[in-house]
Design a protein around this ligand. Structure first.
Ligand code: FAD
Length: 497
C-alpha cells in the first residue's frame, strides 16, 4: 500500500536478493521484495509458461519490438523477427560497445541461464575476491550455496551414451586431442528429469531447446530453491512488475523507496513510495550500478563514495563456433544444459564452456562460450541530459578475450584441420564479442561497500548481488554470487539487526 512501512526492502529477486530474503526471514525479519519483471506462473496460449530458443516470441524479450538473439545469424541468414513489446523474460540491454543479457522476472537470472554451477578453482579465488577469506568460502559458504541451489553432477555413464550430449563428447575429443584439460561441471538441472526427457516419458525442456527464455520443466531456478524456502517462512512478500526508481534517507532514520508499477507493455501505471529501515540492493550488477550511480549523482544518496559505478567487467565473455568435419556430427538433439568446459585458464587465460547449439538440425558445429581473463573494466556515469546511467565500455576491449580464446581454438582447429564458423554473428564474423551474459562489478566489495556489502556513507543500505564482484570470476558466476551473499548476510544478521 502507498506510504507503507517495511523493516527490510530487497530490490531484485535474483541470487543475491533471494539469499538475503531467506536468511533475514529465518532470523525473524519481515522482508518485502520488489521485482521489475513478471511473476512467471501463467501458461500462454500454447499451454507453456516459457518459449524455446527455436521459436522466441513476445514472452522472450524485455520491451523490444524485435528479438535480439545472441546468435543473430544462421547459415548466413539473419534470424531475428518482429515481436510485440512485452515485459518478457530476457533483457538484451544495449550500452555503447556491449549488449548485456539479463533475466527479468521473479528469480532473475536463474530463469534464463544455463544452470552451470561452477565453483572457481581455489588457487584462483584470491584473484576473484582478494579481500575475502578463502578458507571460509571453501569450507562454509561455497558448500552452503551449492546445497541451497541444488547443484549436482550429471550421471557420467548416461552422459557417455545419450544422444543429447554427443556435442559435448565431440567437444571432449577435440579438447583432449589438443592436450587441453576437459572438466565436467555441475548444474542445477534435475538429471532424472532429463533422463526421462531422453526416454520420451515426460514433456521435454532441456531437450526441447529451452534455455535463454526460460525452462518449463527440469531446471531448478531460484523459484524451486531459495525463493521457495523464503516464501515458506511466511515472512517474505514479493511485488512483481514493480521497479525501484529511487532510495533516499528519511530524517530520523530509514529510507524512502520510490517505486513505479508497470503494466506488461512497460508503461508506468502507478507510482508508490514505501519506507524501509534497511534496503538491500540486489538488482544485479547492471541494475544496482545504474541505481547507485543515479542516486549519488542526483543527490538522493550524496554520501555514497566515488567507487560507486566502478570496476565493472564482462567476465571476459566471448563466443565462437567451429565447423567440424562431416564425420564429427554434433547431433540434432542437443541438451540445452551445458555439462563441461575446457580449462586453459592457467596457460592461456580462458575457460571455455562447451555450449549447445540446439537448432533441431545437424549443424556440424561446435559452439563455445569462453570466460577469459580480460583486464578491461568499465564505469557507469550519470548523463543528466538523457536521465540515464551510461557505461563506457568499448567493443575493442574484448580483444584480450579473443586472444585468450584463440589459445584454445586455434590449436584445436590446427589439430583437427578445421576452421571457425563465420556465419553465427553476422556475415564473416568469427567472434561474438558484442555481448556478455555475466555482468559483474559496479559496487565492488571493500571499495564501494565495506567487506560485507554495507554501502559506505549510508547506514542500513547494502549491496548483495554480482555488482560486488570486481569484473571476473574465472568461471560462470552464480555460485560465487550466491556464496558471497551467504557469507555477507550471515554477518549482517549477526551484527546489524
Ligand atoms: P540477477 O539474477 O540479475 O537479479 C537481479 C534482479 O533484479 C532481476 O530479476 C531484475 O529484473 C531485478 N531488477 C533490476 N533492476 C531493478 C529495479 N530497479 N527494481 C526492481 N527490480 C530490479 N551464470 C552461471 O553461473 N551459470 C550459467 O550457466 C549462466 N548462464 C547464463 C545464461 C544467460 C543467457 C544469462 C543472461 C546469464 C547466465 N548466467 C550464468 C549469469 C547469471 O544468471 C547471473 O550472473 C546472475 O543471475 C546474477 O545474479 P544477481 O543476483 O547479481 O542478479
Amino acid at each position: 500500500a502507498p506510504g507503507a512501512h517495511v523493516p527490510v526492502l530487497v530490490i531484485g529477486t535474483g541470487y543475491g536478493g533471494s539469499v538475503a530474503a531467506l536468511r533475514l526471514a529465518q532470523a525473524g525479519v519481515d522482508v518485502h521484495m520488489v521485482e521489475m519483471g513478471m511473476s512467471w506462473d501463467t501458461p500462454g496460449s500454447d499451454g507453456k509458461i516459457f518459449a524455446n530458443t527455436t521459436n522466441p516470441d513476445d514472452r522472450s524479450f524485455w520491451l523490444r519490438t524485435r528479438t535480439k538473439q545472441p546468435l543473430s545469424n544462421f547459415l548466413g541468414f539473419p534470424i531475428d523477427r518482429d515481436i510485440s513489446r512485452y515485459t518478457g523474460i530476457l533483457d538484451a540491454e544495449d550500452f555503447s560497445g556491449i549488449t548485456v543479457y539479463q533475466g527479468r522476472g521473479i528469480g532473475g537470472g536463474s530463469l534464463v541461464n544455463g544452470g552451470m554451477a561452477v565453483t572457481p578453482r581455489r588457487q584462483h579465488f584470491g584473484g576473484v575476491l582478494p579481500s575475502v577469506n578463502a578458507d571460509e568460502m571453501y569450507d562454509v559458504y561455497y558448500p552452503r550455496a551449492n546445497a541451497g541451489l541444488g547443484v549436482t553432477h550429471v550421471d557420467q555413464s548416461w552422459w557417455e551414451t545419450t544422444d543429447c550430449y554427443q556435442y559435448a563428447r565431440v567437444g571432449r575429443k577435440h579438447a583432449q586431442r589438443s592436450g587441453f584439460p576437459f572438466v565436467f561441471v555441475p548444474n542445477v538441472y534435475d538429471w532424472d528429469y532429463m533422463k526421462q526427457e531422453a526416454a520420451g516419458t515426460v514433456p521435454r525442456s532441456a531437450l526441447a531447446g529451452e534455455v535463454l527464455y526460460g525452462n518449463n520443466y527440469g531446471k531448478k531456478s531460484l523459484l524451486q530453491t531459495y525463493l521457495a524456502r523464503a516464501k515458506a517462512t511466511g515472512r517474505v512478500t514479493i511485488s512483481p512488475l514493480h521497479r525501484v526508481t529511487s532510495v533516499a534517507p528519511v530524517t530520523g532514520g530509514g529510507y524512502t523507496v520510490a517505486i513505479d508499477q508497470l503494466d506488461t507493455t512497460g508503461d508506468t501505471t502507478a507510482t508508490k513510495t514505501v519506507t524501509a529501515d534497511k534496503v538491500f540492493f540486489a538488482a544485479g550488477s547492471v541494475g544496482t550500478s545504474k541505481l547507485l550511480t543515479k542516486l549519488k549523482a542526483t543527490g538522493a544518496l550524496p554520501k555514497l563514495n566515488s567507487e560507486v559505478g566502478k570496476g565493472w567487467g564482462d567476465n571476459g565473455n566471448v563466443m565462437c563456433g567451429r565447423a567440424n568435419h562431416m564425420w564429427d556430427a554434433t547431433g540434432k538433439l542437443q541438451s540445452a544444459m551445458p555439462t563441461a568446459g575446457i580449462d586453459n585458464w592457467d596457460a592461456g587465460g580462458a575457460f571455455a564452456e562447451v555450449a549447445p547449439l540446439p537448432t533441431g538440425i545437424e549443424t556440424y558445429a561446435s559452439f563455445y562460450l569462453s570466460i577469459t581473463k580480460n583486464p578491461n573494466r568499465g564505469q557507469f556515469s550519470w548523463n543528466a541530459a538523457t536521465g540515464r546511467a551510461e557505461l563506457n565500455w568499448q567493443t575493442a576491449w574484448k580483444q584480450p578475450s579473443i586472444d585468450a580464446a584463440k589459445t584454445i581454438f586455434d590449436r584445436i582447429n590446427s589439430t583437427e584441420g578445421t576452421i571457425y564458423r563465420t556465419d553465427l554473428f553476422g556475415a564473416y564474423k568469427i567472434w561474438g564479442d558484442h555481448l556478455t551474459y555475466h555482468p559483474l562489478g559496479g559496487a565492488v566489495l571493500n571499495k564501494a561497500t565495506d567487506n560485507y556489502g554495507r554501502l559506505h556513507g549510508h547506514p542500513g543500505l547494502y549491496v548483495m548481488d554480482g555488482s560486488l564482484i570486481p569484473g571476473n570470476t574465472s568461471v560462470n558466476p552464480f555460485v560465487t554470487i550466491t556464496a558471497l551473499a551467504e557469507r555477507n548476510i550471515e554477518r549482517i544478521v549477526a551484527t546489524d539487526l
